[in-house]
Design a binder for this molecule. Structure first.
Ligand SMILES: *Cc1c(COP(=O)(O)O)cnc(C)c1O
Ligand code: SF4
Length: 310
């Protein structure tokens, strides 16, 4: 990048030893060159605070303790989540699973899937399966289809979700062919993560439209991020823009206290104030639930609620 000093490169290198860097040319192109405070730039450029002294845990939600079989997280009775890969097109610096990036805990779905499938077959209360990671849409179409086909063979599994940031960071990956393949496995829901209104471009709009036209609803889970989207205008524009491209604002997540991400945390009181002003001034279609994820079986807890009436 132009105008970057040697000292900065060294700093990036140091952080990248612990938390690697990945960005797509497309997502990179959305950042304003040379502006280190740019809200897109800050989502993929490492920051020294990621590796500073920290009392935070790498896995505060206790996901590892809720894996009945390796690669399957179960924190709810009726639904569970499968880690399909540790790879992502862009490594979002605020990611709450960044503990996987180093490759040491690499996820090899071809190895873990037989046991996962056997578990899904015998656990009779599971009716929803979420493909996550990492980003499942970095897998080749064939591998992805294999997973979907095997899960669909279990009649009890009513709904499949795919959690992916690909529509935001690599929208050209959502080809007609991919949408055509995915449509065969409906009811299928795609959960994506737009964090800033500038991420909504003709490209990302096209990606979402392809999915929606294939009968796959797209919902959005934003993360509340300090100096990226923690102000009224940005959040309101984001939620409105999502509705304009027919994407449902589903959750606004409080940033979890995960090691290496705490510089992105916004105080809950501030988040509540923001959501309160948005609730009182914005169409109901534009309102996600503001939630915090709590360890283990406590799961997601709403932070909006009383005092939020329109
Ligand atoms: C978030 C999450 C889910 C889905 O929760 P919803 O509130 O239904 O969106 C399921 N399993 C795990 C492990 C999760 O972290
Ligand atoms: S796409 Fe999701 S899993 Fe991948 S780095 Fe970003 S937040 Fe983490």
């Amino acid at each position: 990048m132009t105008g970057v000093s040697t000292a900065t490169y060294e700093q990036w290198n140091k952080v990248a030893q612990v938390y690697p860097i990945s960005v797509t040319p497309y997502f990179f192109s959305l950042a304003v060159p040379g502006d280190i405070l740019d809200p897109i730039y800050r989502q993929f450029v490492p920051d020294e605070s990621e590796i500073g002294l920290s009392s935070e845990k790498p896995d505060p939600l206790g996901e590892e303790e809720h894996m009945p079989v390796p690669g399957l997280i179960r924190r709810y009775e009726d639904r569970c989540l499968i880690l399909t890969t540790h790879l992502c097109a862009v490594y979002c610096r605020h990611c709450n699973r960044k503990r996987y990036w180093s490759g040491r805990g690499a996820i090899r779905i071809e190895r873990s899937f037989p046991a996962i499938l056997a578990y899904l077959k015998r656990e009779t209360s599971i009716r929803e399966v979420i493909l996550s990671g990492g980003d499942p849409l970095v897998l080749p179409d064939g591998k992805l289809e294999y997973l979907l086909r095997q899960i669909r063979k279990i009649p009890r599994v009513e709904v499949i979700r795919i959690g992916t940031r690909i529509p935001v960071v690599m929208p050209m990956r959502i080809t007609k062919r991919l949408a055509g393949m995915l449509r065969k496995y409906r009811p299928l829901w795609v959960m994506t993560q737009f964090n800033h209104p500038r991420e909504i471009t003709p490209w990302s709009q096209m990606a979402c439209e392809r999915l929606i036209s294939a009968g796959i609803p797209v919902s959005n889970q934003s993360v509340l991020l300090k100096d990226i989207n923690d102000d009224f205008i940005t959040l309101q524009s984001l939620f409105r823009a999502l509705v304009r491209i027919s994407v449902r604002p589903y959750y606004l997540f409080q940033c979890d206290p995960v090691r290496g991400t705490t510089h992105f945390q916004v105080p809950i009181e501030k988040g509540k104030e923001l959501m309160k002003s948005i609730w009182s001034s914005t169409s109901g279609l534009c309102l996600p639930r503001y939630v915090v994820d709590l360890p283990g079986r406590q799961g997601k807890v709403a932070l909006d609620g009383e005092g939020f009436d329109k």
